[in-house]
Design a protein around this ligand. Structure first.
Ligand code: UDP
Ligand code: MG
Length: 327
């Protein structure tokens, strides 16, 4: 069997300071893996320029002229990290056997790639890079980031704890993933939906080699919100549950108002007014939840996600044409 062709997919946004430092490290890793016979000589480092306003694209073009192992594409404008990663993965999937997506700032340990490729060679289609500890992060970043994963989980989004977007995906996992047509992207929540055999590889996260983070708290909150609303209808369920509780309380409120009225403790008109207020309040909340349930269903339908993905076949059930996921 030929060693697999690996494409390392690297999103870059305004990274002119860090790219000259890390590009050499990526190349070195590629050489090491090739020398070890784990990957093909045709493997590449694919940079995705995400509409940078500085000299990032010039650096990428120069790198690609200096060494054929560097290749690049530039998006027409800045679309954000998730879109840049998707763009690179989709462009790579028909040219290679495996991809590894990684940030360009040197924070994620490149040496974890060895274990990722090993896991692929022993049969995994998806390998998640997971941070073992966050010593180099500030206490604030650590607390907010870990809270982020816990909150997602509580809201019904399946994510791998402490895994960001450092991940190996095989070409066939990407082929299946291309059937996920949604526009709102939260890759780390969507990839587990693809299935196939997967595992995790642990690594320590370092500090950025140069430049600044593009993910302040504001953007992290936006990402969490996006992740929850595009992957889970649990918030709607919570509204329905709340509506039910309020309705129940309203019912007891009405009983109480009627008893108070019968006992003659009330001013004229109070009981009927209170009953109406309780009734309207409870019923409205419940009905909103029910309407929400339907909107949630419509939302999931319009995504046109594949309804099944075939992982293996026996003799007699070979694939008919190009790999297809059930649509
Ligand atoms: N990035 C991108 N487009 C953006 C913002 C960021 O492609 O709009 C890239 C960036 O160049 C880096 C990666 O996404 O390779 C992660 O960004 P960053 O390191 O700033 O985030 P952090 O690691 O601090 O969460
Ligand atoms: Mg970073």
């Amino acid at each position: 069997m030929h060693p697999p062709i690996l494409y390392i997919v690297v999103p870059c946004y305004n990274e002119q300071e860090v790219l000259p430092l890390t590009s050499g490290l990526f190349l070195e890793k590629l050489r090491q893996l090739t020398a070890a016979g784990k990957i093909s000589e045709e493997s590449r480092v694919l940079f995705v320029n995400d509409g940078s306003r500085d000299g990032t694209w010039d650096i990428i073009r120069r790198l690609s002229e200096e060494d054929e192992h560097f290749v690049g594409i530039a998006q027409s404008r800045n679309r954000g990290h998730q879109n840049a990663v998707l763009c690179g993965l989709m462009e790579a999937k028909d040219r290679c056997d495996i991809t590894i997506s990684i940030d360009c700032d040197g924070q994620d340990d490149l040496n974890a790639m060895d274990a990722m490729v090993d896991a692929y060679l022993s049969g995994c289609d998806i390998v998640y890079g997971v941070r073992s500890k966050r010593d180099t992060d500030t206490a604030f970043k650590r607390v907010t980031a870990e809270g982020f994963y816990r909150f997602l989980k509580a809201m019904g989004v399946e994510v791998v704890f402490n895994h960001a977007d450092y991940r190996l995906m095989s070409a066939r996992a990407l082929q299946a993933f291309s059937g996920f047509r949604e526009v709102n992207l939260f890759l780390r929540g969507m990839v587990p939906l693809v299935g196939f055999k997967s595992t995790s590889v642990y690594y320590e996260r370092h500090e950025r080699l140069a430049g600044e983070s593009h993910y302040p708290l504001r953007k992290m909150l936006a990402l969490a919100f996006d992740g929850i609303t595009s992957l889970s209808v649990k918030p709607i369920r919570l509204i329905t549950g709340f509506g039910l509780v309020v309705s129940l309380l309203a019912f007891f409120g009405m009983v109480w108002a009627l008893i108070a009225h019968a006992a003659g403790h009330t001013v004229a008109g109070w009981a009927s007014t209170a009953c109406i207020v309780f009734f309207i309040g409870g019923v409205q909340c419940l009905f909103l939840g029910v309407i929400g349930e339907y909107i949630g269903k419509i939302y999931l339908e319009v995504k046109h996600r594949p309804r099944y993905i075939v992982a293996e076949r026996t003799r007699g059930m070979e694939e008919k044409e190009a790999p297809r996921s059930g649509e």
